[in-house]
Design a protein around this ligand. Sequence first.
Ligand code: HEC
Ligand code: HEC
Ligand code: HEC
Ligand code: HEC
Ligand code: HEC
Ligand code: HEC
Ligand code: HEC
Ligand code: HEC
Ligand code: HEC
Length: 369
Amino acid sequence: MTARILQRQKMGLIVAGALVLLLSLLLATPAGAEPPGQETEKYCLSCHSDPNLSMTLPNGEILSLFISQDVISHSVHSPLGIECEACHTDITTYPHPTVTFETRRELSRTYYLACQKCHPGNYEKTLDSMHADVAADGNMDAPVCTDCHGAHDVGKPDEPRALISETCSKCHGDIVEIYKQSVHGAALIEEGNPDVPTCTDCHGVHNIQDPRTADFRVQSPEMCAECHANQELMSKYGLSSDVYSIYKHSWHGVDLTVYKARWPTIWHDSAVCTDCHGTHDIFKTDDPKSKVNPNNLLMTCQECHPGVGPNWTDAWTGHNEISFERTPFLFYVESFYSSFTPFVLWACVVYVALQVIRSIVDRVRSSLP
Ligand code: HEC
Ligand code: HEC
Ligand code: HEC
Ligand code: HEC
Ligand code: HEC
Ligand code: HEC
Ligand code: HEC
Ligand code: HEC
Ligand code: HEC
């Protein structure tokens, strides 16, 4: 009897224990739990939120190890639950593994590889870039992901669009200064105009190639044509959209087409758009600074046609069809030939026809008795 009561009490205890266990399990994993990673973030920041935490690198540089909670939570990754351990896969607890880098720069070039896990496409592209080439040749200043995007403060890289040239200016400040003065740069930086090109429209982003090769040069008119042959876009600015098609029929354009088809890797000097207009320093054609402004045009031609006189620029028939308003002399010459040539041809036809009739008449006459 007492044994049975004891048995029941035991059962009761087991059931109660099981219930308590179940309840505590339920409470421990409530619905709407914290995003994955928050636990680790809290753990890591328990030390790294100390503004004075730092370490001395093997080369003597002092590296601040302070990670601001505020900065990290404004990163594009944070709302997606991508936290410390997603990138720092080798660090899970303290003490950390022994470091393999000697300098601040080596640290960046080691840790940026974490980005490739989730952005393999962009990573692949960066390997095929001018920046990777110069790094392979030993220039450690060439940028990696974090130089352009940051690591803990990654934002949208093209908002606002002017941010793109800002990013490049960290290392190409001189070019960006020139670009800002140009018709394209001023429109973007001062007016926020999205129709004009910024660095990445002409150079690409992750797979930037060397722009000083023959190959890049012969392709470059197409780069400008993306916009300047677009009638809808150009009419917004009152600009001709025939500049490309007429360039293609000009001496320079035809010459370049031949080279492009047969010897794309051989450097050829025939003028491309940027030879006459400039590259990062393109101005409106009536701007005194423009290379094609009437006051500067002869000098621009002389860069490749040394010694030619002031009449040389008359060889420039422009990007426009020949018209009475723009080029009256050429208009007359062309009108003359376009009416005179058919006239001469018709005169010949009439002359030959008359000759034939004449010889028939003569023959008929001579056969008459
Ligand atoms: C107990 C305090 C503490 C905790 C917790 C901690 N760290 Fe550290 N961390 C340090 C100290 C101290 C250093 C300086 C170098 C050293 O002592 O290893 C450091 C260095 C680092 C470094 C730079 C040097 C290196 O090893 O690459 C990174 C990156 C880092 N911690 C990331 C993390 C991450 C990620 C977490 C969370 C998983 C974390 N830490 C948790 C104290 C801590
Ligand atoms: C999106 C990937 C990513 C996340 C998320 C991330 N880190 Fe980093 N972390 C990096 C990279 C890349 C570097 C190297 C930074 C550089 O190139 O300057 C780095 C560097 C560090 C350093 C060295 C000091 C410094 O500022 O360069 C510490 C410490 C560190 N991280 C801790 C943390 C902690 C703690 C967290 C979470 C709160 C965290 N990281 C989250 C990618 C990340
Ligand atoms: C654990 C995966 C993961 C890692 C590691 C990671 N990212 Fe991301 N990243 C994402 C996801 C997911 C998005 C949001 C979706 C998208 O836009 O591709 C994103 C967005 C971005 C964006 C914003 C894209 C936009 O236009 O909105 C940039 C820039 C970026 N990551 C750069 C980096 C860099 C630099 C690193 C290394 C320091 C890195 N990411 C590491 C997953 C990751
Ligand atoms: C030389 C600077 C630079 C480097 C290096 C760089 N980026 Fe970018 N990245 C940019 C710029 C600028 C944009 C915005 C491009 C645009 O809108 O034209 C961008 C766009 C992005 C985007 C959003 C658009 C997209 O393509 O999905 C992601 C994600 C990104 N980069 C990740 C990376 C990663 C990962 C690396 C390293 C493997 C990297 N970037 C290296 C400058 C850079
Ligand atoms: C962290 C520094 C850094 C950043 C940021 C950077 N670059 Fe570079 N870039 C370099 C270095 C270094 C070289 C190699 C210079 C050399 O050896 O002539 C280079 C080379 C180039 C070249 C090849 C021509 C040359 O001078 O060799 C182009 C084009 C280029 N960068 C464009 C860009 C663009 C566009 C951006 C912005 C999206 C950018 N870079 C951002 C450092 C940077
Ligand atoms: C309209 C197209 C275009 C835009 C926009 C543009 N570039 Fe270029 N860039 C070129 C061309 C074409 C060349 C090659 C010209 C030459 O042979 O010098 C070049 C050359 C370069 C070079 C290497 C040669 C040099 O002059 O030192 C760098 C670096 C460069 N650009 C960076 C940039 C940066 C940074 C920006 C943004 C501020 C930018 N580019 C905007 C077309 C452009
Ligand atoms: C992404 C589109 C885009 C690309 C690519 C582009 N442009 Fe432009 N360009 C414009 C727009 C839009 C304007 C008008 C800006 C304004 O007036 O505010 C302009 C203006 C100009 C002007 C001034 C015309 C005038 O007299 O008002 C010249 C010259 C010019 N571009 C030449 C070039 C050359 C050469 C290239 C190639 C190296 C090029 N552009 C590439 C969009 C582009
Ligand atoms: C970047 C160099 C360059 C610039 C700038 C340049 N040209 Fe040329 N031009 C050439 C080359 C190369 C040829 C082809 C020569 C040949 O094949 O005989 C050529 C051919 C010509 C020809 C026909 C052939 C001849 O030699 O009579 C004319 C006309 C001409 N250019 C006019 C001009 C005018 C006008 C300008 C200024 C508005 C100008 N060029 C600017 C490089 C240039
Ligand atoms: C041989 C020199 C030369 C070459 C090559 C050249 N241009 Fe021009 N461009 C000029 C001159 C000179 C003017 C001003 C007079 C005119 O409009 O004909 C001009 C005017 C322009 C204008 C202003 C047009 C307008 O409606 O006011 C644009 C845009 C332009 N060029 C773009 C280009 C593009 C794009 C290319 C390459 C496909 C190119 N140019 C090639 C010399 C050149």
